[in-house]
Design a binder for this molecule. Structure first.
Ligand SMILES: Cc1ncc(COP(=O)(O)O)c(C=O)c1O
Length: 423
């Protein structure tokens, strides 16, 4: 899938050898406003042309204040302060430090199948041996509970040793897992009762990806801390933001002497701040959240209709423009034998062949979930058109149909895997 790209616009990617690829991955939920949105590109060009201060580190950067104000207004609830950083992982690290400072506790709780990033603190809250092996020891006093299990959560939080409960309102890499209607509200109640901060990791789900500004808004929760990254800059400049309540912020910056006790060089640089403001302008003026709800529902309806009756399709789910197609092992012997051969090579083999075929045969860029290999993630830019969605549905149907017949899907892939293992 490593091809040379020459031009990327909206949902479409054009390669050097003349192909057109539809992006249904969005750089893992980075390109919510589409690739190289003209409003964002011209806002960044204008910012550069101004030759203004970018990173003086000694003044109050007004653009950061402007962006923080917009983000707090959109998040609502308890949120009234923002710390800017450059990546999702750095945002999670910030949340870890602030939660510890606020509570005076050291424990950190997260969910099974969670993905919170790969720096040492964030990795301590990311599930999966694959990610963790070889990098220990990670942070002590961390634990994982099954996502959606209130009893397990209550039991852990009851120890009153956790500074924070980190949760993705919808688990993205975990397989586009949507919690039961009341889980997050009850989890919030448990956090409040036990003096634990609730940190919503909205790195993939925020910025209108699932419809509202935050996926938390679907579930009527008011987290103490929210981490945003990826789509915040429209995909052109690295930036992340940690949104929090006033008292959490105050617990770190307690005095003038401690005013730079947590900081980051690129934190409030004007290009990132301008990118954030321009991205919000596009998301709001083009009403991309409403569009995500409408087109996302249509997409899942069409997928359900197209994939009905295929035994390996277990579920189609999602919210807004974040959807997952979950596959399961086939029952039919003629398919089960090659499926098991695939699984023996690598647990992700089946999904990767789907992804490769979608790319090669139909010009569709996708990926399977990083912590759930049987789920194909469907996350196009929020500007994707109805006809591009229909093109995707037809392509998925073709590849799923191919996988339901003994033949090239399986034999070609087994040959490829054999060659890879032999080399
Ligand atoms: C939910 C979630 N949190 C945190 C991160 C880490 O973000 P970054 O890769 O910008 O460090 C990711 C990255 O994929 C993510 O999906």
């Amino acid at each position: 899938m490593n091809v040379s790209y020459e031009c990327c616009l909206g949902t479409e990617l054009y390669t050097a050898d003349g192909r057109r690829i539809l992006d249904f991955l969005s750089g893992y939920c980075v390109h919510n406003i589409g690739h190289n949105h003209p409003t964002l590109v011209s806002a960044l060009k204008a910012e550069l042309d101004k030759t203004g201060p970018v990173m003086l580190q000694t003044n109050v950067p007004e653009l950061a204040g402007e962006l923080a104000e917009r983000l707090c207004g959109l998040a609502g609830g308890r949120i009234s302060k923002v710390f800017f950083a450059s990546s999702g992982s750095e945002g999670i690290e910030t949340a870890i430090k602030f939660a510890r400072a606020y509570t005076g506790r050291t424990g950190l709780l997260a969910c099974e199948r969670a993905f919170h990033g790969l720096t040492c603190g964030a990795l301590s809250l990311t599930d999966g041996e694959y990610w963790r092996k070889g990098f220990g020891p990670l942070l002590p006093e961390t634990a994982l509970v099954p996502f959606g299990d209130l009893n397990a959560l209550e039991k852990e939080l009851g120890s009153e040793r956790y500074a924070a409960f980190f949760v993705e309102p919808i688990q993205s890499e975990g397989g586009v897992q949507i919690p039961g209607e009341h889980y997050l509200r009850k989890a919030q109640g448990l956090c409040r009762r036990t003096g634990t901060l609730m940190v919503a990791d909205e790195v993939q789900t925020g910025m209108f990806r699932t419809g509202p500004f935050l996926a938390s808004h679907h579930f009527d929760i008011q987290p103490d801390v929210v981490v945003l990254a990826k789509a915040l800059s429209g995909g052109l400049v690295p930036v992340s933001a940690v949104l929090m309540s006033d008292d959490v912020h105050q617990s770190v910056f307690t005095s003038f002497k401690r005013s730079i006790v947590h900081a980051s060089t690129f934190s409030e640089n004007s290009l990132s701040m301008r990118a954030g403001l321009a991205t919000l302008n596009v998301l709001q003026s083009e009403r991309l959240g409403e569009r995500a709800i409408e087109l996302g529902a249509q997409l899942r309806e069409q997928l359900t209709e197209a994939l009905l009756g295929y035994e390996m399709v277990k579920d189609i789910r999602g919210k807004g423009m974040l959807s997952g197609i979950e596959f399961t092992a086939p029952q039919r012997l003629t398919l089960r034998v090659p499926f098991e051969a695939f699984a023996k090579i690598h647990a992700a083999m089946f999904g990767q062949i789907l992804v490769m075929r979608l790319f090669r045969d139909s010009g569709i860029l996708t990926q399977i979930c990083g912590n759930n290999f049987m789920v194909l993630k469907v996350a196009p830019p929020l500007v994707a058109t109805a006809s591009q969605l229909a093109e995707f549905v037809a392509a998925v149907r073709r590849v799923v149909d191919l996988a339901h017949h003994p033949g090239p899907f399986w034999s070609e892939a087994l040959g490829l895997a054999g060659r890879a293992l032999a080399s």
